[in-house]
Design a protein around this ligand. Structure first.
Ligand SMILES: *Cc1c(COP(=O)(O)O)cnc(C)c1O
Length: 426
């Protein structure tokens, strides 16, 4: 579809026929009825497409996945029950025990734990590099068994903007895909496939849902990566015994990666969202461009205010001229970055606590990126499992505050931030 993204957010994924419900129906059904066992058998062999069990596919979930695939410009997508599940599936779909992944160190705390602790226990090794690594530095992290490069387009909470083209170039030179987490910019502000990324994931829990109702995730396949160019991806290019010897690249072509993720990993691991949560996600997607635009406008004004207030050692908002990441953001996210600001408050950890406790509109919450303004001190919450060195490596100091600017009136947000800043150094 050649529509602009605002139109796609409304129309993609579901087109009711004459007399059918205008809004996407919630197919709250675990299973589907068939007239003959022969027909059903074909589905089990992936010879025919159709629904037979919601763990594998569900019409509501599929419509929402198709919408997100269209927003990103991909060939297919799979919804998951959380962003964590999406991160895990995106990597585990092409890596197993004995393999290695190069990952940016500036990633969400939960993703870091997943990679650094849990996936290591599965025998997958990780090397973490700076998101600002040069081509040579990225290359130096590669091993013969490296299967992918992973990074966040706009990192949570450090707000590092990824040089997507550089990371994609080095990944491709080594015959592996670039997987990016595009949660913060959303496809409204950044479409990583246009810059060479191969797989995109999201925590849909954030702006896409937008109202803090449903935890969810999605994996999107660009269809662009050639899995047959080398012998690094036997899971895609050699027969799958658990599907009567299907070879995904032969049978599904550009859809090989996302079909394997659904038919094999989702079948076996089962982290599907409930159709009702997918329905709520779809409602969020309908207004995503409006909300993202307002989040960005408000955040820019709040970032400017904090910078000029004199209470911050440093303000990071890549949409703000002079901020770290501004030049990269102009290239990769020209219409805006996100509603999330981080700043280092004068007066250290103590001032950070006073600031947070003085806020009235902005709530203290471990959440970010929804309609309400909220605030978090990463060093004592989301990132508290990390060692002092790991905190430094992912850019989190103990005076760092993350402010997720909502869509309340900006004058009210600024007044709230102002009185809390004044209280912070009393
Ligand atoms: C929240 C978040 C995740 C994890 O998503 P959940 O939906 O909480 O499981 C992953 N990546 C980023 C960038 C996030 O902000």
């Amino acid at each position: 579809m050649g529509y602009k993204i605002n139109t796609k957010c409304i129309l993609s994924g579901y087109s009711p026929k004459n007399g059918e419900p205008r809004q996407l129906p919630v197919y709250q059904s675990t299973t589907y009825k068939y007239d003959s066992s022969v027909e059903m058998g074909k589905l089990f062999d992936l010879e025919a497409s159709g629904y037979f069990y919601t763990r594998l596919q569900n019409p509501t979930n599929d419509a929402v996945a198709a919408k997100i695939a269209d927003l990103e410009g991909g060939v297919g997508a799979m919804l998951t029950s959380s962003g964590q599940a999406a991160s895990f599936y995106s990597v585990f779909n092409i890596a197993c025990a004995g393999d290695h992944i190069v990952s940016s160190a500036a990633i969400y705390g939960g993703t870091f734990n997943l990679f650094n602790v849990t996936m290591r226990k599965l025998g997958i090794d990780f090397t973490f590099i700076s998101p600002q690594a040069t081509e040579e530095e990225i290359q130096a992290a590669f091993k013969p068994n490296t299967k992918a490069v992973f990074a966040e387009t706009l990192s949570n909470p450090a707000l590092e903007v990824l040089d997507i083209e550089t990371f994609a170039k080095v990944a491709h030179a080594n015959g592996v895909p670039l997987i990016v987490d595009n949660t913060f910019p959303t496809p409204v502000n950044c479409r990583p496939f246009e810059f060479g990324a191969d797989i995109v994931i999201h925590s849909t829990t954030k702006y896409m849902d937008g109202h803090a109702t449903s935890v969810g995730g999605v994996v999107v396949d660009s269809g662009n990566f050639d899995w047959t160019q080398n012998d690094k991806f036997p899971g895609l290019t050699t027969p799958d015994d658990s599907y009567h010897g299907i070879t995904y690249t032969e049978r599904f072509g550009k859809l090989a990666y996302i079909t394997k993720a659904t038919a094999q990993l989702m079948r076996d691991l089962g982290s599907i969202p409930s159709p009702f949560n997918a329905f709520l996600l779809n409602l969020g997607l309908e207004t995503l461009p409006l909300r993202v635009e307002r989040h960005c406008q408000n955040a820019l004004k709040v970032a400017q205010f904090i910078k000029e207030s004199g209470y911050a050692v440093e303000v990071t908002y890549p949409g703000l001229e002079g901020s770290r990441g501004y030049e990269l953001a102009k290239k990769y996210m020209p219409d805006g970055t996100s509603g999330v600001i981080s700043f280092r408050i004068k007066g250290g950890r103590e001032a950070a606590t006073k600031f947070m406790d003085s806020l009235k509109i902005a709530e203290i919450a471990t959440h970010v990126a929804d309609a309400r303004t909220c605030c978090l001190h990463p060093a004592s919450t989301t990132h508290r499992q990390l060692t002092a060195q790991e905190l430094i490596d992912c850019g989190i100091s103990d005076d760092l505050i993350r402010l997720s600017v909502g869509i309340e009136h900006v004058d009210d947000i600024i007044a709230d931030v102002k009185q809390a800043l004044e209280a912070s150094n009393k």
